[in-house]
Design a protein around this ligand. Structure first.
Ligand SMILES: N[C@@H](CCC(=O)N[C@@H](CS)C(=O)NCC(=O)O)C(=O)O
Length: 315
């Protein structure tokens, strides 16, 4: 039964960023509880935990809330060391690869998927995504650009092929770095998975020129983990309410803007979905910021955010 130590993932099945975390959980063979969130606003059972952040996935352990896959993956590695995914050769590199898979490659996938779905995309979903991005969500324009986008997509897949064909040291070639799958593989998996979920025939067509990648993808999909426990959003909120955030000695470390522990700041993603989340600094350092906040429903929580991709300002 889920409790204050349980890994709770707030996510939805079709979400590719969520799949990244689900894959990591499988690779680490961790037990977890699954809270299904809506794929668009409103998200009344999620937002009390996050202070306004609305994206998927969000990870919760008791009253510690982890936003963004970068922070989630980092935390899973720190708290559950074995089996390790941040293997020798993956350190640092995986974040660089993630910046590409989550940025440019993901945007190419979005264009292809929603260009293909076209009129099947519900109006309220389009409106939600327009609000999220601050730009028109024009599936006709995506459809028109599709031939070019497909070229772009396959060209990026070919980078994976190049890596698999490249030098690895002893006995490798099966995984992107070294002889076991790790975080680089996790990041690289997301876009093929996203494409396969909607247009598997396009993925198959691309795989014709990337046989090593086709084989790698198949092996990645074969990795099995534990079946999650199902949890309601209400139950997850109750767990947050009945838990205290893990105690941390407040500390800031050479902050460029001179932030001190206890200072009230606001943090928001710098790409899309720029919802500002406010709280008092517990920890601020180069790789993360931890904010303490109070919400009527969730009560006291600590929010953990990565620094890359997030703007921080004094309130
Ligand atoms: N940088 C974020 C991106 C997450 C993201 O964009 N997730 C998508 C779903 S895959 C999202 O939240 N879309 C809006 C929504 O689902 O409400 C991360 O790495 O977690």
């Amino acid at each position: 039964m889920a409790g204050p130590q349980t890994i709770i993932l707030h996510h939805y099945q079709a979400s590719p960023f969520s799949e990244k975390v689900r894959l990591a959980l499988r690779m680490k063979n961790l037990g977890w509880a699954s809270v299904e969130t809506p794929s668009m606003m409103p998200k009344p059972l999620l937002v009390p935990l996050t202070g306004g952040y609305r994206k998927a996935p969000v990870m919760q352990i008791g009253a510690d809330i982890f936003l963004d896959t970068a922070m989630i993956l980092r935390t899973l590695e720190e708290r559950f060391e074995i089996p390790e995914l941040d293997l020798p050769g993956h350190e640092g590199l995986s974040s660089m690869v993630g910046a590409w898979t989550d940025g440019k490659w993901f945007q190419t996938s979005v264009g292809i998927i929603f260009g293909t779905l076209g009129d099947k995309v519900p109006e309220d979903f389009k409106k939600d995504r327009e609000k999220l991005s601050g730009r028109p969500f024009d599936t006709d324009a995506m459809a028109a650009a599709m031939p070019m986008l497909k070229d772009q997509w396959r060209a990026q897949l070919a980078w994976i092929e190049e890596r698999l064909a490249g030098g690895h040291g002893a006995g490798a070639g099966s995984w992107l770095v070294g002889m076991k799958p790790g975080l680089v593989d996790v990041h690289a998996f997301m876009n093929p998975w996203f494409i396969e979920s909607t247009i598997p025939e396009f993925l198959e067509a691309c795989f014709k020129s990337t046989p090593r990648t086709a084989d790698w993808y198949k092996r990645m999909k074969e990795i099995e983990g534990q079946t999650p426990e199902t949890l309601s959003g209400e139950e997850a909120l109750k767990i947050a309410r009945n838990s205290a955030p893990r105690l941390k000695a407040a500390k800031t470390d050479g902050e460029m803007q001179g932030f001190e522990p206890g200072e009230r700041v606001a943090v928001a993603p710098d790409d899309y979905g720029r919802d500002w989340v406010e709280g008092e600094i517990v920890i601020a350092k180069a790789d993360r910021i931890i904010l303490h906040r109070f919400d009527e429903e969730a009560e006291t929580v600590n929010l953990h955010l990565p620094r890359t991709g997030y703007m921080v300002r004094r309130v």
